[in-house]
Design a protein around this ligand. Sequence first.
Ligand SMILES: Nc1nc2c(ncn2[C@@H]2O[C@H](COP(=O)(O)OP(=O)(O)O)[C@@H](O)[C@H]2O)c(=O)[nH]1
Ligand SMILES: [Mg+2]
Length: 253
Amino acid sequence: MTPTPQPHSSPTPADDVVIVDVRDPSDTLPTPPGDALPGTRTITLETRLLDENDRRAAANRADFAARGLRALNFVSSPGAGKTTLLGRTLDALAPALRCAVLVGDLETANDARRLRRPGVPVAQITTGGCCHLDAAMIARATAALPLDGTQLLFIENVGNLVCPASFDLGENRRITLVSCTEGEDKPLKYPPMFSSAHAVVLTKIDVADAMGFDRTLARDAIRRAAPQATVFELSAKTGEGLDAWLDYLRALL
Ligand SMILES: Nc1nc2c(ncn2[C@@H]2O[C@H](COP(=O)(O)OP(=O)(O)O)[C@@H](O)[C@H]2O)c(=O)[nH]1
Ligand SMILES: [Mg+2]
């Protein structure tokens, strides 16, 4: 079957949100699994792809260090609460601390609009069919933002508990969110996202009881999948647990 070409949309003006459209005009629909040729050597390609990404991530990390900023990469399944937590975080920290935000989604600038705050540069990275951010996208987006003087760069990755784990963006901290509405066992089912995290944030604890969510079981799963990580339990709705999270961020500077 010949893949159908994807239409390529040009960047959409969205108030003062910068939109970095990284969709490739030649993007094609992914090949359905049933159409894959037997013996296709995808492992080599992936290795090269990740090597190239690692090289660009190292360049981003050097750029962040030269600018004196700390970059945090927020990863989770869709809907775990990344944007809500980032909004709360910006309300508490900016403008006393100089913050900037990059948000990745397949489509829309909704999250970038939600995260607009006075004095906080925001860029929406529109990935099209791509299920994760990569280091090259971050380089393009940071070049599009006025980052002079920025202390904390928050990067909200595409909602996906699998692919973003493989792509270093050059971040200084990877923050993995998991919410009480997802079940206690997700850290054990999706280990790379947790084993690569500097911090794990258990979100939506305000609804834990209503969901019949067992926090002890969840803590145990997080400890097993991410023994290296600092763990936070919080509600971005009620503010419970937020102080420890904000202290963690302030201590990065
Ligand atoms: N009850 C509750 N809902 C939350 C919390 N954080 C986020 N939500 C809700 O969860 C949904 C998804 O949140 P969002 O921040 O968009 O998740 P994202 O896709 O990870 O960015 C929204 O309806 C939020 O209002 C929380 O701490 N408690
Ligand atoms: Mg979001």
